[in-house]
Design a protein around this ligand. Structure first.
Ligand SMILES: C[S@@+](CC[C@H](N)C(=O)[O-])C[C@H]1O[C@@H](n2cnc3c(N)ncnc32)[C@H](O)[C@@H]1O
Length: 297
């Protein structure tokens, strides 16, 4: 099952979840789901191609306990999962390009480990496989700051349950490491980047003015602390204008269309009903801004 994170009731009602972050080709997660038929196994991926492939595989193999979320892992944990609802998190070969300039995107940066720790049950684990020892050092360093994890590292052998690629690597003498971070206690509370969902974004009525989307196209604006807005191109017909828009709130990015629609003798500004969005306070601000700035008197 693929979760539609725009419309689903949050948080998801699951407990004792097994989660794989970045499942790639999906070999590991399907094996995990088969070995744990009584558990829900959740896969988080940002790659659409990987999600499509796993959906096909799940259907083909009739797997009923896999839940797929097409989202960045930080936001999936932040927005969709209950505290203490995850038993184990797996990450397999999460960082093939271990470069300094990619540090901000690393899955095991302290900010991510904090949110993962919040969602783990006590005694819950993060299990990471990598062939790159500096990644283990980096992760241990990031975890240290949180003070809530115990850790152990070992080298995998042919006796371990390995994927077909791992078997080949190990038999060729390549070293593969497994890092386990075990949650011993709750982390000290700290600030987390998040977004504020609202029940509804209300349309705005504009009277006595005509649309002027050219006022907005190409503009970049800061509309709040860590809140950025960018308007791209627009499409216009006699009774409708659609403006392609990007909103970044605390790093959570949504792309959608703002619609101006003609009704009798006035216009209505709203988020296009064809755009899927998580409704937030800032989306309301966007609608109001377009109603203010996107018309000529
Ligand atoms: C190097 S691949 C490893 C794939 C797979 N685990 C394997 O062992 O073959 C890393 C995977 O993590 C995914 N990924 C990277 N950053 C992510 C994030 N922030 N949230 C979710 N998935 C992510 C990528 O799309 C990619 O599929």
């Amino acid at each position: 099952m693929l979760v539609n994170h725009y419309t689903v009731q949050k948080p998801l009602p699951f407990d004792n979840l097994l989660v794989e972050i970045g499942f790639g080709r999906g070999e590991f997660i399907t094996k995990l789901a088969k070995e744990n038929p009584q558990k829900k196994v959740l896969g988080v991926e940002i790659s659409g191609i990987s999600v499509e492939k796993l959906l096909k595989r799940v259907k083909r193999e009739g797997l009923r306990n896999i839940v797929i979320v097409h989202m960045d892992a930080y936001w999936c944990f932040n927005l969709l999962l209950k505290d203490r609802s995850v038993e184990r998190i797996y990450m397999n070969y999460p960082d093939p390009w271990f470069k300094k300039r990619h540090e901000k995107r690393r899955l095991t940066k302290e900010e991510n480990l904090y949110i993962f720790a919040q969602k783990l049950t006590e005694g819950g684990e993060i299990v990471i496989r990598t062939d790159h020892y500096p990644f283990i050092d980096y992760t241990l360093e990031q975890a240290k700051g949180l003070g809530c994890f115990g850790s152990s590292v070992r080298t995998l052998t042919v006796e371990d349950p390995l994927t077909k690629y791992e078997k080949r690597w190990v038999s060729m003498g390549k070293e593969i490491f497994e890092l386990r971070l075990t949650k011993l206690r709750e982390p000290e509370p700290r600030h987390v980047r998040t977004i504020k969902e609202v029940e509804e974004v209300f349309p705005v009525k504009v009277e006595g003015k005509e649309p002027a989307p050219e006022n907005l196209a190409g503009k970049e604006l800061k509309i709040g602390e860590m809140v950025y807005l960018k308007f791209f191109d627009f499409q216009r017909t006699e009774d409708r204008v659609l403006i392609e828009t990007l909103l970044s709130e605390e790093g959570f990015v949504q792309k959608f269309f703002v619609e101006m629609r003609k009704r009798e003798d006035f216009w209505v500004v709203d988020i296009s009903p064809f755009s899927q969005v998580i409704r937030t306070e800032n989306l309301q601000k966007v609608v109001e801004l377009v109603a203010r700035e996107g018309f000529r008197p």
